[in-house]
Design a protein around this ligand. Sequence first.
Ligand code: AHR
Length: 639
Amino acid sequence: LNLRLTTNTSHVIPPTLYGYMWEDINHSGDGGLYAELLQNRAFQGVIPGTQNALNAWQPYNGAFLSVTSKTKGVSDALPNSLQVRIPKVVNGPIGFENTGFWGIKVQQGWTYKGSFYAKSDTFTGKVAVSLKSIQGTVFASHTVGGVSKDWKKFTFEFQPITSAPNDENVFNVVVDGKAAAGKIIHFGMFSLFPPTFRGRENGMRIDLAEALAATRPSVWRFPGGNNIEGHSIDQRWKWNQTIGRLEDRPGRIGDWGYPDTDGLGLLEYLNWAEDLEAEPILGIWSGISVANYSDFGTWPVVPEQDLQPYINEALEEIEFIIGDAKTTKGGKLRASLGRAEPYNLRFIEIGNEDQFQPASYAAYRWKAFVDAIGAKYPRLEFLATTLPSTALDPPYRRIDFHMYNSPSWFTTNAFMFDNYPRNGTMYFIGEYAVTSTNDTSALGDIPSGRLAYPTLQGAAAEAAFMTGLERNSDVVFAAAYAPSFQHIRNYQWTPDIITYDASRVVKSTSYYVQQMFSLNRGTHVLKTSPASTADSVPLFWVASYNNETSTVFLKVSNTGTADLVANIVLDFRITGFVTATSISSPSLSPISGLFNVSNTIDEPEQIIPVANSFAIPLPDRFNYTFPATSVTVISMQTS
Ligand code: AHR
């Protein structure tokens, strides 16, 4: 292949092009990015008296545990508490343990900060908390006193004297058996945090936050995804129940089968987007809930005449985010929570995947939200969530639609935006991923081709598609791989870009593709000749120029199973070295089918990017071999 890179630019690349979509799925928030170590910390979203309500809690030395709402909870939002009944005859310490999110990482040198509430009509002794291995080794402990009839919050800090060899550790809470014999003690709203990303209180798990931040995303779409919508209309994500003291957040039954604490709430998301320097794309609940499909035969939709309260809810949420701290109710509330300065907010996404309810969306839901919000906030820009073919009034100027499919679908569709109309409409691929090798069932099960983890083959296909997104970034303004996170011990969706357990992190092949594309951003797309190839050679590329650093980037995906040599000719001269960063599988043979290789929790570094710098014999041309099933970014410094 002869590939010529010209000096002609075709258009400016929007700085928003690469980013993430975010929702709590696969324990991506609770048990994932949100650094809280205790699962079911406040008994939110559980039915008192059931065994399920004790999820992640277990008795220690014969105490009787139950979750109750019969005694007043620690707050109106948290009516449930843990009732601990101590037998009449007991020896030694007795109490209960939390097993964390399938384990707890114990790290020497870290300060863990914790708290809990307790009350008892009869017990006034001491309470000891510790981090222990399941075999009983104590790594850190602290004792508090002063339990009385009324709820009291106890806080503590401790530092493990040594690191635990593995995650099989628990948070243990005990009282003296003799002093407590025959008594009942109530406990509520526990919390235990390790150090967090940038030291933020109620913040993010450092290794996961660093992994995301290391890709320098420029948009952050939240809070869903399906998880904005709720199992019922009342169980939708409600912004005003995710702010303020943790004790005032009731949590909710999330859409992905587990309760959300909402500790990761609206302000945490906005602060996190700022930390990432990513522009928020705020999803607004648009009048549908996703569940009970079988009961309704369709998804529950709010009728037009009943929509106004939900529109008001959205208006209040936006005022909370951008309202003036002195003159607006929402702004004052935000300031009272410690943030006077309004947040940067430009994009409002009306709903999620409303192509599944296009009739009501087109008939009134889209219009009702856009008209009301637009009238009050004329500078905001709205994203529709139907398919581009659905006509809306007012016409959409931006739209988010999603793609989960096979490698061959992504390579075949790498050119889909070449022919999209250039009429001012801007597209956001707000969720996409190679999910299966099955061309006819992209969201089936693993035996039918669904990927457990992203594969090299899938990542190369995503990269091929992304060359099309970048080349067409005059109409594609943003794109987000989804979903982002997966706790390997409890998840609902595969594949995901980052997998983890209580202490390990796996960056997938797709992660590295996102990172390579995002870190090597041009300001302008550079024209090439040929502009692109489709059929004859499975090589996909896009070239760009960064006018701030005078760097040219050539991003190439070879989706084939053979190495391909390109004779690259430049209409400009390179100064210095060429650097090529790539992921490929040099040691694995295509014949064995191992291009489906993945990074996994047990083998996390099978595929990692390799960077090579080399001098080229002539300043304006060189040959480069793109390995079979590989993704490469070549960066060239021009004068
Ligand atoms: O990313 C997982 C789910 O896929 C999202 O919640 C939903 O928007 C899509 O259908």
